[in-house]
Design a protein around this ligand. Structure first.
Ligand SMILES: Nc1ncnc2c1ncn2[C@@H]1O[C@H](COP(=O)(O)OP(=O)(O)O)[C@@H](O)[C@H]1O
Ligand SMILES: [Mg+2]
Length: 283
């Protein structure tokens, strides 16, 4: 299996602050679903931004599809980024555009003819199960449907890799399952490599082949999902595994918070964050 994405001794710090990423090295194989898991603040989103060079690493680098990202000209970098689809927790849809308008957007700014873009967008909407919503507006869609639009948009330019940063973290468990099934399908049917960034072990267990654990700026463990979760070696890995077996009461509390969050218009914020904002300690 060829390597599609490699991080080589990547470090990142902002200004004079502490290192957010420290000497991170990873190889992600072509066609793989690779999980990156870590607690909030571990540096996951920063890593996602460094992969696409939206943030420039302070040291080390990124090799994507055989090319050193740091050595690319601006034009080449732009080209490389078009081979990376991105999906975020908060969907980032254009609210004033229809569903199909959102999916057409990356094709339009890449110079596609309107008609060709629409045709491809309709196919993509079929792929993600939203054929009947082409002319709807994002505000009328559920969270799961919005994320499907975002996924259709992310794969519009046939990227080599899909970067999903907490793509299911704003969704309820059932909707999460549907989105994960869709990602697995895209991986199997289109061979697209997926980097799944999450704080949820269940997500990694459901679809990932391999996983890396990011703990306080460093990758502390990497390997096959079953091996890492069945035989965690580091404290960080053990804590993640133990955390998933949290008592029923804690699970119920999280459910209740999720229901409240959705009613209170706080979609897009994790249940943990809602608790934190309510001043309830959770760690
Ligand atoms: N642009 C930035 N400037 C300064 N600090 C940042 C910036 N982006 C992220 N950080 C810090 O980096 C750390 C990791 O953040 P992040 O990558 O978002 O973690 P995660 O996604 O794992 O929750 C946090 O302490 C955060 O405050
Ligand atoms: Mg994050």
């Amino acid at each position: 299996m060829g390597v599609i994405l490699e991080l080589r001794g990547l470090s990142k710090r902002f200004g004079q602050g502490e290192s957010v990423l420290e000497d991170v090295s990873l190889k992600i194989g072509e066609g793989e679903i690779f999980g990156l898991i870590g607690k909030s603040g571990a540096g996951k989103s920063t890593l996602a931004r460094c992969v696409s060079y939206l943030e420039e690493p302070t040291a080390g680098g990124v090799v994507f599809a055989g090319r050193e990202m740091g050595a690319l000209s601006r034009g080449e970098l732009y080209e490389a980024r078009r081979s990376m689809g991105m999906v975020f927790q908060q969907f980032n849809l254009l609210m004033q555009r229809s569903v199909i308008g959102n999916v057409c957007f990356p094709m339009e700014i890449s110079g596609w003819k309107r008609r060709a873009a629409r045709e491809r967008a309709l196919k993509l909407l079929e792929t993600v199960g939203l054929s009947d919503k082409a002319d709807a507006y994002p505000s009328t869609l559920s969270g799961g449907q919005r994320q499907r639009v975002a996924i259709a948009r992310a794969i519009a330019l046939s990227p080599r890799i899909l970067l999903c940063d907490e793509a299911t973290s704003a969704l309820d468990p059932e909707t999460t399952r549907g989105i994960l099934a869709l990602l697995r399908e895209l991986n199997q049917n289109m061979g697209i490599t997926i980097l799944v960034i999450t704080h949820e072990m269940l997500v990694v267990e459901s679809i990932c082949h391999r996983v890396a654990i990011l703990d306080r700026s460093r990758v502390v463990e990497v390997g096959d999902v079953r091996e890492v979760f069945d035989h965690p070696k580091t404290e960080a890995a053990k804590a993640l595994v133990a955390g998933d077996g949290q008592p029923d009461r804690a699970r119920k509390l999280l459910r209740a918070v999720e229901a409240y969050r959705d009613k209170a218009g706080l979609a897009g914020i994790s249940a943990e964050e809602v608790l934190r904002r309510a001043g309830i300690p959770i760690d």
